[in-house]
Design a protein around this ligand. Structure first.
Ligand code: SF4
Ligand code: SF4
Length: 327
């Protein structure tokens, strides 16, 4: 355990202006994330971590684990336990089929196991953490919607319990799907969030056509807004890729400030920022994460977003596309 971790007192957190007892504040998360950088480079892990490396913001991540009640933590522990089976034996007989047909088969299987969202994409350099080498080149991205009534409690342990339940459930779907793929004779590994050490789920899911990035820094899907959690299965099974979708997220985000105004620590930039060579929506890590940690994962921004209202997404897409065609 690092010196910084020892200084944390879970029952007596320091005030926000002196975030969580760091005698030596960590290097800015924005700097680590590449805020302001116009050159492309891969993302660097900074916070959630299932590996052995000590990340710059490790102490705050550990603190996050310490202050959550057991009803939240039990899902985290159970998820970590089930994900020990992320790899497994591969069937000797290899099924060879048309990639488009196999993709449909895989998507049907994923939905049958309980996924609400599913798409397929190559594992591109934007979705791989620096220094990591994912074992397979194709990602089957899956998402599970969360219970809106429970999420309405944000920022509170009741919502955190629902978030961790969803992570555990969607990881279970990923584990079943990986086993299914291995049964077809191809290697496959299940990845569950939030501690996927090799890959970034959001860029992968966007490439797989599950949604677009919103101003609040989370992905927005047509079906569930940002009210879902992601997991993935990486494999070498030949599959047909999906394309990124245009559901007009920017058309709304450019004129909407709801998440910006409702974010308690003012962490959400109203304008797109340069981040590692791409101009995109970005959340100020150094402002968000201390608040996120002390409020059981916050999530106010995703719950106030109009896309997250049940049944709203398809209507919004229709309205925004109609507006766009009039311009
Ligand atoms: S609240 Fe508004 S600005 Fe923020 S992500 Fe949702 S639509 Fe975009
Ligand atoms: S999670 Fe909370 S603190 Fe972080 S950007 Fe969203 S509203 Fe702001």
């Amino acid at each position: 355990m690092s010196a910084a971790v020892k200084r944390i007192r879970p029952k007596d957190p320091p005030p926000p202006e002196y975030a969580f007892g760091y005698l030596d504040p960590p290097r800015s998360g924005n700097e680590i994330n590449g805020l302001g950088e116009r050159q492309w480079r891969p993302a660097t892990a900074v916070f959630h971590n299932a590996g052995s490396a000590q990340l710059d913001w490790q102490a705050l991540d550990d603190f996050f684990g310490l202050i959550n009640p057991w009803r939240v933590v039990r899902h985290v522990v159970a998820n970590a336990w089930q994900l020990r089976k992320r790899d497994g034996p591969v069937a000797r007989r290899r099924v060879e089929a048309d990639p488009a047909d196999t993709s449909e088969r895989i998507k049907d299987a994923a939905r049958g196991f309980g996924a609400d969202l599913v798409g397929i994409a190559p594992v591109g350099p934007d979705a791989i953490f620096a220094g990591r080498a994912p074992p397979h080149a194709t990602a089957i991205c899956i998402g599970l919607s969360m219970n809106q009534e429970k999420m309405a409690h944000v920022p509170h342990a009741t919502a955190a319990e629902e978030v961790m339940r969803a992570y555990r459930q969607i990881a279970r779907v990923a584990l079943r799907l990986a086993r299914y793929v291995r049964g077809l004779g191809w290697p496959a590994r299940a990845y569950g969030n939030p501690n996927s050490t090799d890959i970034l789920h959001i860029p992968l899911a966007i490439a797989a056509g599950l949604g677009q990035l919103g101003k609040h820094g989370s992905m927005i899907s047509k079906e569930h807004g940002s009210n879902f959690r992601l997991a993935a299965v990486l494999t070498d099974l030949p599959l047909a890729f999906d394309e990124p979708v245009d559901i007009a997220v920017d058309d709304l985000c450019l004129g909407c400030r709801r998440c910006v105004l409702d974010c308690p620590p003012d962490a959400i930039f109203n304008e797109k920022q340069w981040v590692r060579g791409e101009k995109r929506w970005y959340v100020d890590f150094d402002k968000c994460i201390p608040y996120f940690v002390k409020t059981h994962g916050c999530a106010i921004c995703i719950e106030v977003c109009p896309w997250s209202r049940p049944g709203q997404g398809p209507k919004l897409v229709e309205k925004l596309m109609a507006k766009r065609s009039q311009r």
